[in-house]
Each structure stands twice: as structure tokens, then as C-alpha cells.
Write a protein of this length. Structure first.
Length: 672
């Protein structure tokens, strides 16, 4: 009795339970606040202009490839973070954890209220409190939830789950407390908020009806008779959902029966996925950030999983009739997974751990009910021990999210057949300057899937930058064949052709790029440079000018235009563009060097000294800047300084012919 009264004092006290959940959340996720933006975070957050103000955030991007597209409330939540911390990640992670904690508190309250509603003795009420805190605690710290909490953009999943739990909780209070209208209004508002967050919230009205039938009305007919207006209001949220889905065209055709993926292949894969998800609940290893798009086309391969899932569905229907509360949990599990893990193809991701976020809570509730039934009040020690183990695993999993290279290395180790994971590993390795390792990752990706436009384009660019233009040109041509509408690939193909002196082919490729993407400033600039090389100066100037108009703050494109003007003898115009570029970026070594070269050519030696010196200050190993500064000093008669910079240039590049010859002549003249 002593241990049981201790449970009473702590777990029956809602404030004590709340404090415990807060401390557990901080303990498990305390190392998540500095994880950088990764993968889909970039287009939905760092490259999303609509979150720059709360006003524009209500009109999220329409690009179907962006997670925030067609989800205004999710987009507004990102805008709130941006207003607080800009691109600094800490506030995004903090809000993700607050949403997760809020969902756990709602789960605790809902489970406790529901279990206590049928409790007849104080022992049963104690048991209800114990199951509620156990379920909320284990769900809160389970490492499977990291996919929807630590991965910032998957706030879509956790926030939608929060609104679903809020709807159920408000409904439960509306039928148990005197002020029903307030709670009913809150349930309806939460339901609409859910569909404005993510499409999976479409099942919320069905969840409420199932809860009503099981714990309140006793039958579906009676639930509809007593609360028909409520259900009409909840189902009306589907109209909002349909309007939001229309804005993205079924997320760009990547979701729905019109995708290239046959629905029955997807369904076969989901039978395997469901079994895998359930296993991860009880043995959360390995956790995989991105499974890619594995698919099963053979019934024979999926047969064991189909039998198990089919048997579970039959058992769920039987339980709904004979043991409604057990059937309720099983039915909710399948309902929550139905939008993404049944028959409607999600072609971009056939398996994903974040989909198990709220269904995990259902399985945890069932587990806690069983443990409490078997162990009584001693279940608290089982829950506490499991919470510590799961919390440690969650902390460990969060460490994987601390850098993109580590995350993608972990992913390819656990899903070696995932071509997209190898491609993304190559991308982040290249961004960190590890070109050799990036090239290896891209080749592995293409071995798995030879027709990936992005991998072909990225690998082609790396090979081009590494001095392998012929091989790069072949890959970039394949990229344009794989996706003929990819303007970036056409631009890259133009660069490869130009490096091989295939000027006509380069011009054709650049022209295709600007035709496909008229606002592609870099392609316009490259087209202008190629036209200038062929002597079509008027058209070249027009293209270079267009590039600068499209991207007025891009100093590289402005330098291209200024260099063209300088070569045509239009020195004053060129100088004005260099000066404008330095206003936009005073730390541009490129601009300082080019402007210095113009000033040297036009006889403004003091100005040239200033610009070349600035370039060297910014980039001390800039050989050409040392050579040109030496030539400028030579013109000014400052021979000792000229010799010093020629010598520095030779130290940096011993075989540099210009520095070597000029230094020899200058020394001879100086000696004479």
C-alpha cells in the first residue's frame, strides 16, 4: 500500500505529471536545439520567401515539392520562428519540442479522462492515472518520434497530431462538462486547424465518431442522432482540405492514383512497412532518416506481411463488435495510417518513420494497459526503466542530426540500396569541399538508379570543375535526356561544351536554358559570354544586361557585364558596374581584382594599387593580383615593392611564366 499511495501522491497529481513530462522532454531532446536545417528544411524554411512576414505566410508556396506547400498553418508556424530567430535553428527546434510536449500533455489528459470515466473505485482511478502517465511518458521519449520532432520540417506531422489530439480532448470534455458549447467550438476549430496543417488530419472526424461510439454514445447511430450538427461541422473541414489540395495539384501529381506508381504495388509495399513500423515500436533499431522509394511488385514477396496485416484487420473488426475498447485502439491505429500507408500512392516516399508519430501513441497505450493489468502498481518501475532506456536512445538518435554529412552517412549505411541517400550524401560532401568523396557517392547513386537528373547534373558539374570536361559533358547530356525541362542541366551542359571549345553546342544549350527558365540569370550571363566569344557583341550585351537586371545583387554576373564593357573600351560604364558590385559586396576579391585591372589599363595606377591591395588582403594567395600589383608598382617606379610582389607570386606559383620573366627583367634593370 505504501508504494501505491506514493503513486497516488505523484501520478494522480496532474501538476506532478506535467512536471515529469516537461523534465523528460528536456532530458531526451536537450541536444536537439543546434541540429542544422537538412534536406526538405531548406526549400520550406531557408529558401521560402513567404515566411518572411506573417501576412504572406498565410499564402504558402504553391510549389508541390515543398513540404509547406498548401499547408498555411504549418507555414505560419515557420513564419513565427523566422520572426523570432531568422535562420537561426534554435527557435525552430524549441517550437518543435513544445508542440511534441503539448501533444504528450493532451494524450495524458485524454487517456486519463477516458479511463477514469469508467473507474468505479479509487484503485481503478489510480490505475487510470498510472496508464495515462506511462503512455504519455513512453511516447514522449520514444526515439521513433525524432523523425517528427528533431527533423524540423516534419513539424507538419507533429503539429497535425497535436490538433487531432486537441479535437478529441475537446470533444471528450464537451460530453462530460457543463460548458459543452465552448468545448464543442474548440473541437471544431482544432479539426479545421489540423487540415490546414497536413492532409492526414482528414481522418479526425472519423476518430471523433469512433471515440463517441466507443466511450459515449454506445453506437454509431446514437452518436449521429445526438450530435449530428457536430459531425456536419467536422466533415465540413474536408471542403477546406479539398481547396488546399487543389492549390498544389495533389502535390504536383506525386500523391494519388494518377501517379506513375501503380496503387497495388504501393499497397503491397505498405503491408511490409506496417509490420516494420510495429517492430520499430518495440525494437527501435535501425532508425532510417530516408528509406527512399522501395516498392514491391510481387504478391508472393509481400504474402507473409499481407497475411499478418489482413489478420490484424479482421481481428480489429471482430474486436470492435465484441471488445469495443480494444477494437477502438486497433481501429485508430489503422485509421491514422490510412492516408499515407494504405492504397493511395505517395510516390516520393513509400516508407517514412514520421508517419508512425501518432499511431505510435496508440500502440504505447495498449502496451501500458497490458503492463498495468499484469503488474499492477509495480508497472511504474517498468515504465520508469523503459523511459530511461528510450530517452537515452532518443538522445543518441538526436546526435545523428547534428550535421548533414553524419546523417546521410548513417542513412546510406542503413539503407544502402537508397539511390537518393547516396545522391544527398554526395551533395553535402561537395558542399564541404570533399570533392573526391562526393564523386564516389554520386557514382554509387547512379549505379543504383542511372537516370537521376539531379545526380547526373551534380556529378557532371563536379567532374567539370575537377578538369574532366569530356566525361562531364556525357553525364550532363544524360541529365538533359532524363529531364529535358531542367534548365540548370542545360546550362551545365553549355559550360561543359564551352570548356571543350564546342561553341555552337554551348550556345544551343544556353539558349535552351533561358527558353525553359526566362528568369534564370546565370544562364543569360553565360549565353552573353558565349555570344561575345563568337563576336555577336550586341546580342552578348543584351544577354549580360538581362542577367544583371534579373539578379542586380549578384556580383559575379555584374562582373561579367563589366568585363565585357571593359574589353569593348567602355571603361566608364565598366567602372560604374565594378563600383556597384563593391557596394553590394565589399569583400569580393573578384571585383577588386577586375576593377584594379581596368584602372591599371586606363592608367589610374594609384586606384589600381588600392584595388589589387584589397584583393590580396582578402585572398593572400591570389597570384594574379600579386603579379598585377607588381606591374602597377613598376609603372609607378616603386621597383623594390614590384620585385617583392613578383617574388611572392613565384613562391605561390613557381612555374608562373609572367612573374618569372618580369622578375628577371626587373632585377636586371634594377642591378644596372
Amino acid at each position: 500500500m505504501c508504494a501505491f499511495s506514493s503513486v497516488n501522491r505523484w501520478f494522480a497529481d496532474r501538476r506532478g505529471a506535467t512536471l515529469l513530462l516537461v523534465l523528460a522532454a528536456l532530458a531526451a531532446y536537450g541536444n536537439s536545439f543546434h541540429g542544422p536545417f537538412i534536406f526538405d528544411d531548406v526549400p520550406s524554411i531557408t529558401d521560402n520567401p513567404t515566411i518572411r512576414s506573417l501576412g504572406s505566410a498565410w499564402q504558402p508556396p504553391t510549389d508541390a515539392g515543398i513540404t509547406a506547400a498548401g499547408r498555411p498553418l504549418l507555414n505560419v508556424s515557420f513564419a513565427l520562428n523566422y520572426a523570432l530567430s531568422g535562420d537561426a535553428v534554435w527557435s525552430y527546434h524549441a517550437l518543435n519540442l513544445l508542440i511534441h510536449l503539448g501533444a504528450a500533455l493532451l494524450l495524458y489528459g485524454l487517456v486519463r479522462r477516458t479511463a477514469e470515466s469508467t473507474a468505479r473505485t479509487s484503485a481503478e482511478r489510480n490505475a487510470a492515472a498510472l496508464v495515462a502517465i506511462g503512455a504519455a511518458l513512453l511516447w514522449l521519449v520514444h526515439p521513433l518520434t525524432t523523425a517528427a520532432v528533431t527533423y524540423v520540417v516534419q513539424r507538419a506531422e507533429s503539429l497535425a497530431a497535436f490538433w487531432m489530439l486537441a479535437t478529441l480532448s475537446a470533444f471528450a470534455r464537451s460530453v462530460a462538462e457543463p460548458n459543452a458549447r465552448r468545448w464543442t467550438a474548440l473541437a471544431i476549430a482544432s479539426c479545421f486547424a489540423g487540415v490546414a496543417t497536413k492532409e492526414i488530419s482528414a481522418v479526425t472526424p472519423l476518430l471523433v465518431m469512433l471515440y463517441d461510439r466507443t466511450f459515449v454514445a454506445g453506437s454509431f447511430a446514437e452518436a449521429l442522432r445526438q450530435r449530428a450538427r457536430l459531425y456536419v461541422a467536422l466533415v465540413a473541414s474536408w471542403l477546406l482540405l479539398a481547396a488546399l489540395i487543389a492549390t498544389t495539384g495533389a502535390r504536383g501529381g506525386s500523391i494519388g492514383f494518377a501517379t506513375a506508381m501503380p496503387w497495388w504495388h504501393y499497397t503491397l509495399q505498405q503491408s511490409v512497412a506496417l509490420i516494420h513500423y510495429v517492430r520499430l515500436v518495440f525494437w527501435p533499431e535501425p532508425l532510417v532518416f530516408d528509406y527512399g522509394t522501395p516498392i514491391l511488385a510481387s504478391v508472393r514477396a509481400a504474402l507473409p506481411s499481407l497475411v499478418l496485416v489482413g489478420a490484424a484487420l479482421v481481428a480489429t473488426v471482430f474486436a470492435l463488435a465484441r471488445a469495443p475498447r480494444i477494437g477502438f485502439l486497433a481501429a485508430v491505429f489503422f485509421l491514422l495510417l490510412a492516408p499515407s500507408s494504405s492504397v493511395v500512392p505517395v510516390a516520393t516516399q513509400t516508407m517514412a518513420e514520421h508517419r508512425l508519430y501518432l499511431p505510435l501513441a496508440v500502440l504505447v497505450i495498449g502496451f501500458c494497459l497490458g503492463v498495468q493489468r499484469l503488474a499492477g502498481y509495480r508497472a511504474i518501475w517498468i515504465f520508469s526503466g523503459l523511459a530511461m532506456v528510450l530517452g537515452a536512445l532518443t538522445w543518441q538518435r538526436n546526435e545523428i542530426y547534428q550535421g548533414p554529412v553524419g546523417l546521410w552517412r548513417d542513412t546510406v549505411a542503413k539503407a544502402p540500396a537508397n539511390a537518393r541517400a547516396h545522391q544527398n550524401l554526395g551533395f553535402v560532401l561537395a558542399a564541404q569541399g570533399d570533392t573526391a568523396a562526393a564523386i564516389i557517392s554520386y557514382w554509387r547513386s547512379l549505379d543504383l538508379d542511372p537516370n537521376q537528373p539531379d545526380a547526373l547534373n551534380n556529378l557532371g558539374n563536379l567532374l567539370l570543375d575537377s578538369g574532366h570536361p569530356t566525361e562531364a559533358r556525357v553525364l550532363l547530356h544524360r541529365a538533359t535526356v532524363a529531364n529535358p525541362t531542367n534548365a540548370e542541366a542545360w546550362n551545365s551542359l553549355g559550360n561543359a561544351a564551352l570548356s571543350l571549345n564546342a561553341l555552337d553546342d554551348a550556345l544551343d544549350a544556353y539558349q535552351r536554358a533561358v527558353t525553359l527558365a526566362p528568369s534564370y540569370a546565370v544562364a543569360h550571363s553565360n549565353l552573353g559570354l558565349a555570344l561575345a566569344q563568337r563576336g555577336e557583341h550586341d546580342d552578348a550585351f543584351a544577354s549580360l544586361q538581362t542577367a544583371v537586371e534579373l539578379a542586380p545583387h549578384d556580383v559575379v554576373l555584374r562582373n561579367n557585364l563589366a568585363n565585357f564593357l571593359a574589353a569593348r573600351g567602355r571603361s566608364a560604364e565598366a567602372a560604374s558596374h565594378y563600383q556597384r558590385a563593391l557596394i553590394d559586396d565589399p569583400q569580393s576579391t573578384l571585383t577588386h581584382f577586375n576593377f584594379g585591372s581596368l584602372l591599371l589599363h586606363t592608367g589610374n595606377f594609384d586606384g589600381a594599387v588600392r584595388e589589387f591591395s584589397a584583393a590580396i588582403t582578402l585572398t593572400p594567395h591570389h597570384v594574379e593580383a600579386h603579379v598585377n600589383l607588381a606591374a602597377t608598382f613598376q609603372q609607378l617606379g616603386r621597383i623594390a615593392e614590384a620585385i617583392a610582389h613578383y617574388e611572392t607570386a613565384r613562391q605561390l606559383r613557381p612555374a608562373d611564366p609572367l612573374a618569372t620573366e618580369n622578375l628577371r627583367r626587373l632585377r636586371e634593370s634594377f642591378n644596372r
